[in-house]
Design a protein around this ligand. Structure first.
Ligand code: FAD
Length: 330
């Protein structure tokens, strides 16, 4: 990923897309059709999520291999390490390497939902342990990404200490251990990201002050998904955003989506004007909103112009079926 990004022109914008492996055959068929179209939007890379504790290991690997080998997309495999055996991690890394996947998003993960396990169980306690392990076992073969939290990691929310500063020493540890890039948790308040970016870069112990930091953006696909995602990720919603959704339009998905596209495009423009070149989208496997953002955003549409935009911007008829799945994924 970083080799690819470094080859771009100085101010050339780029974006990446996150997908999750669907549970059903039908969901997978829909996703493959969508992936084919979305690849024409011109993402620099795609990422594939990994279920907590390795629950989706096989499906994640299958999807990542299809993205890399069949669709020819630069692919990044998410890998969580806590509550997971070393064998599962070894198998994922070995399979990725054997299939030409050269990028790993190294994460700690969480205990599975409904489980009584606590955090940090197993050989790897924190994401930094996985970064170190990958570097020790594979040298420079993998480009490694890690997670960052502009509003602080959620664990701090339980004891009211949630803030970006609390996690920073651990983020520095992850980068100094060999991480090449950072993807942030989703947010809706650009000022929080801007502050975070400068905080990260000003950390005295950070070895790579220019580490790539990609803002994580979740397009607004519907009011309830938007509320749920911001609640779960503890992302604050500024009044300027919230006020755009008065009660009478909250159940009108088309209207909410249209307003949401404007909000995300504005966020991109503001960040771009502050020097941010790359943007990561949490797609929830949905296509329409992303395609519209990319084809209308003054910053990103320049990328699409290089591709066959008619085909890429086409919306899919099967999408509404997957909105329910997206709500769960959010
Ligand atoms: P860490 O960096 O280990 O940090 C976790 C917590 O521990 C933080 O509160 C931190 O302050 C603290 N900490 C870190 N190191 C230390 C230390 N040495 N000593 C004491 N405290 C420490 N989850 C999934 O299950 N699958 C996915 O595919 C997935 N993808 C994600 C993608 C992105 C871009 C992001 C932002 C998150 C993703 N997550 C995913 C969620 C992630 O697994 C959780 O947020 C998890 O709780 C923390 O992971 P981490 O890698 O940030 O952990």
């Amino acid at each position: 990923i970083t080799d690819k990004i470094n080859k771009l022109e100085k101010d050339e914008p780029f974006f990446s897309l996150e997908f999750f492996p669907p549970k059903t055959e039908n969901g997978l068929r829909n996703l493959y059709a969508r992936l084919g179209r979305m690849s024409l939007l011109g993402p620099s890379f795609v990422t594939v999520t990994w279920g907590a504790g390795g629950t989706t290991a096989e499906k994640t690997l299958d999807l990542a291999i299809t993205c890399q080998k069949e669709l020819g997309l630069t692919t990044c495999l998410h890998l969580t390490c806590t509550n997971t055996s070393k064998e599962v991690i070894d198998n994922a890394l070995k399979t990725a390497k054997a299939n030409g996947i050269k990028n790993i998003l190294a994460l700690r993960g969480d205990p599975q939902r409904d489980s009584s396990e606590s955090h940090g169980v197993g050989v790897f306690k924190h994401a930094v342990d996985l970064v170190k392990y990958i570097r020790a076992e594979y040298g420079d073969f993998f480009c490694i990404g890690v997670a960052g939290y502009p509003e602080g990691h959620v664990e701090g929310a339980y004891d009211s200490t949630q803030c970006a500063e609390k996690d920073l020493p651990y983020l520095v540890e992850k980068v100094n251990a060999g991480a090449d890039f950072i993807i942030t948790q989703l947010f809706f308040d650009v000022s929080k990201f801007t502050k975070y970016e400068s905080l990260v870069r000003s950390q005295p112990n950070l070895t790579n002050k220019n580490v790539l930091i990609l803002p994580g953006l979740m397009p607004i696909n519907g009011y309830s998904i938007f509320q749920r995602a911001s609640k779960l990720s503890h992302a604050s919603i500024p009044d300027s955003v919230l006020n755009k959704f008065p009660l009478e339009i909250q159940n009108d998905d088309d209207k909410v989506r249209e307003i949401g596209i404007g909000i995300t495009s504005n966020m991109i423009e503001t960040m771009h004007s502050r020097g941010v070149k790359g943007f990561h989208f949490y797609t929830l496997n949905l296509e329409k909103t992303i395609a519209q953002i990319i084809s209308t955003s003054p910053v990103l549409k320049t990328i699409l112009e290089k591709y066959d935009d008619d085909e890429a911007a086409a919306s899919s008829d099967d999408e509404d079926i997957d909105v329910a799945t997206a709500k769960q994924a959010a």
